[in-house]
Ligand binder design. Structure first.
Ligand code: NAP
Length: 251
């Protein structure tokens, strides 16, 4: 049983990944994870290939244990793991409830790390992992301190494991998109003119990001940054002091 595991499948980029996964020939099943069970079940019912809806709150340690138990029971052949679930908050550190800050770290970093660790036992040569980071990984940003920091972790962690996994011929790709028109913006509190930077930035097309991410992960690439504009931003963040970059990138 060759499977693809996809987190954050119930909306936005996750849904786009799901559409693309259904067209990959050597995948027999897709396992989709998010909290909203009704959405996952509808997606599974409409899917072209067998899809298993696994409603879990990945910020909850108990749910991670549940997923680990499913893996131990089924012992699947995982060909593709996509750690896409994540959220951000546009708020100063002192204005944001500490519980939400911890949840952000638990989901964006804790769950992503746990899923990589537990799924790798069931991954073999030529399989791959896609971890969704963000352009927020390239330099710190005030008003999104926790989010930026979690995404910097995702980028760094993915590069680390890619190196570790080379002898096993498993690739890990970090995807670093700019803004996309998804539920992320409402969840983060970015909509409604709260950030001039987000209004000015060019947007990435989530369907293209999903398609290209799968192509590049298969080809063995390390990092994928959609759009020339953000590739240039990534370069600037490498050569300029971050204190300087932050004056212009303030969200
Ligand atoms: N949109 C952007 O501007 C943007 C830019 C750069 C990077 N990203 C990254 O892209 C990824 C996908 O985001 P998106 O734009 O598609 O946003 P989205 O539409 O809000 O999707 C987020 C997904 O994560 C799931 N999720 C949230 N909390 C969860 C939890 N505790 N447990 C399990 N699943 C959870 C959500 O499902 P449920 O609510 O059903 O649980 C949803 O399926 C995220 O990692 C995000 O940081 C987004």
């Amino acid at each position: 049983m060759k499977i693809a595991v996809l987190t954050g499948a119930s909306s936005g980029l996750g849904r786009e990944f799901f559409k693309n996964l259904q067209n990959i020939e050597d995948i027999d099943q897709i396992w989709i994870i998010a909290r909203r069970a009704n959405r996952l079940e509808q997606m599974a019912a409409d899917a072209k290939i067998f899809t298993r809806a696994i409603p879990l709150d990945l910020a909850d340690r108990g749910c991670l244990e549940q997923f680990s138990d499913v893996l131990k029971q089924e012992r699947p052949d995982i060909r593709i793991l996509i750690n896409n679930a994540g959220f951000g908050k546009l708020e100063y550190i002192y204005d944001l409830d500490y519980a939400q800050q911890i949840d952000m770290i638990s989901l964006n970093n804790g769950a992503l790390t746990a899923l990589c660790a537990m799924c790798l036992e069931y991954m073999h040569e030529h399989s791959f992992i896609i971890n969704v980071a963000s352009i927020a990984a390239f330099a710190p940003n005030s008003r999104m301190s926790v989010y930026c920091s979690t995404k910097a972790y995702v980028l760094s962690f993915t590069k680390c494991i890619r190196q570790e996994l080379k002898p096993r011929k498993i690739n890990a790709l970090a995807v670093c998109p700019g803004p996309m028109a998804t539920e992320f913006l409402d969840v983060a509190g970015i909509s409604g003119g709260r950030s001039k930077t987000f209004e000015r930035l060019p947007y990435c097309d989530a369907s293209l990001v999903a398609k290209k991410s799968l192509e590049y992960a298969k080809k063995g690439r390390a990092v994928y940054t959609p759009r020339l504009f953000f590739k240039f931003y990534r370069l600037l963040c490498r050569i300029l002091p971050h204190g300087f970059v932050m004056k212009f990138s303030k969200t």
